[in-house]
Design a protein around this ligand. Structure first.
Ligand SMILES: Cc1ncc(COP(=O)(O)O)c(C=O)c1O
Length: 398
């Protein structure tokens, strides 16, 4: 169990610089421990040089660190290193897989759900228009949970099924393994948007069985500008790289070329090597705390967040009561979500307001002005939830 939260918090310089800060916007981006910040600085100050290019010792050192980070992250996710492509973020990962799958989508069907972030809607709209494919959307019920009957109906005949493992608005956690099994039985290729799952849940991607899984380093203590696209090795070997250029190729002749092996054939140009190495350090830090412990602790936080906030008069929220992530998207009668966030800021509480890049989902639930969202991580505590509830009660009384 996470017992010594004070010592954990002291690993994060942001809390030292902002002693009053109640940071509740980790779904947008997490804070980073000093170890990660120091690691990125170490790369730039001690052995900065480009990866996979030089044969001098510094270039070999940085290449080794870059590939070691890939191995570290692969072990953390339950995959092998050759199946992990470094990208910029979840958005780039989803765009990349959408364009990789474009040749398989001619006149096909792409199925998503009503829970999706714009990053798991718009890339599919783009490739659907290029491939003359149809997009089907699986409905959710009033609690923001998948409508099973609609899923069974829409998954039939699907070429690609892409869904959020955890919703960034409703906090719904989907039974990914079961849904993937059903989709695969229908012959679909499965893609999972893991942006809100990977920071909070112990994953084993081989066991889960997804063909592709996308995530962002910056939401799980890593640097900005680094993400992952996991892809099943056989598929990665068979698929063409949608983007090309330096380093993703073995040989280029006046006519013709031979692509590099996986995963490098999907990493054209100079990668964010300092970011990748920093992300490896973030994963080591998460391993040290223990994803199992993080999951258990956040369950408690999530439950307390719902319990405390639903006591507030006029508060409505999106998502299920039980089995939810440690975040809550809500509105308060009589207040615009931006007014809520601005008021909370006067109490040093940082929450996000708006549509959180999931406007169709907000509209489905009649949240036409968006919502205010408090999203927690393992460095938050019960007192902070009480402070949030107290501040909201104060606002309601104004
Ligand atoms: C569910 C979900 N998918 C995708 C994204 C996009 O992540 P990024 O902005 O890191 O690409 C987010 C970010 O908030 C998200 O919550």
């Amino acid at each position: 169990m996470i017992e010594d939260l004070n010592s954990i918090r002291s690993d994060f310089p942001i809390f030292e610089f902002n002693p009053k800060l109640v940071y509740m916007d980790s779904a947008a981006t997490s804070q980073r421990p000093k170890k990660v910040i120091d690691k990125v600085a170490e790369v730039y100050t001690q052995y900065n040089s480009n990866v996979h290019r030089g044969i001098y010792s510094m270039a070999e050192k940085v290449t080794e660190e870059y590939e070691d980070a890939r191995k570290e992250i692969a072990a953390f996710l339950g995959t092998s290193a050759e199946e992990l492509i470094f990208t910029k973020n979840t958005t780039e990962s989803l765009n990349l897989v959408a364009y990789m799958l474009l040749p398989k989508l001619k006149n096909g069907v792409i199925t998503i759900t009503e829970l999706e972030h714009h990053s798991n809607i718009l890339p599919w709209r783009k490739v659907a228009s290029l491939a003359n494919a149809e997009i089907k959307t699986v409905a959710v019920d009033q609690e923001g949970k998948i409508n099973e009957a609609d899923f069974e109906k829409k998954i039939s005949g699907t070429s690609v099924f892409s869904f959020a493992h955890v919703s960034n608005v409703a906090g719904t956690t989907l039974n990914a393994k079961k849904m993937i099994r059903t989709a695969k039985a229908e012959g679909a290729i499965t893609v999972v948007d893991g942006a809100q799952a990977a920071p909070h849940i112990k994953l084993n991607l081989h066991d889960m069985g997804a063909d592709f899984y996308a995530l962002s380093g910056h939401k799980m203590l890593g640097p900005t500008g680094i993400g992952i696209l996991y892809g099943n090795k056989k598929l990665l070997e068979d698929l063409e790289p949608p983007f090309s250029g330096g380093e993703m190729v073995k040989e280029v002749h006046a006519e013709g070329q031979e692509w590099n092996d996986v995963p490098w054939k999907f990493e054209p140009g100079t990668p964010n090597f300092a970011g990748a190495i920093g992300f490896g350090e973030a994963v080591k830090y998460l391993e040290k705390i223990g994803m199992g412990d993080i999951e258990l602790y956040e369950k408690k936080l999530g439950r307390a967040l719902v319990e405390e906030l639903t006591k507030i008069d006029g508060l409505e929220y999106i998502g299920p009561m039980e089995n939810r992530a440690s975040l809550l998207s809500f509105k308060l009668r009589g207040y615009h979500p931006h007014d809520i966030a601005a008021f909370l800021d006067t109490r040093s509480i940082a929450v996000r307001s708006g549509f959180h890049c999931a406007q169709p989902l907000h509209e489905k639930f009649g949240f036409f002005d968006g919502s205010a969202r408090a999203s927690l991580y393992f460095y938050n505590n019960m007192e902070e939830i009480e402070s949030l509830a107290r501040a909201l009660k104060e606002l309601v009384k104004l």
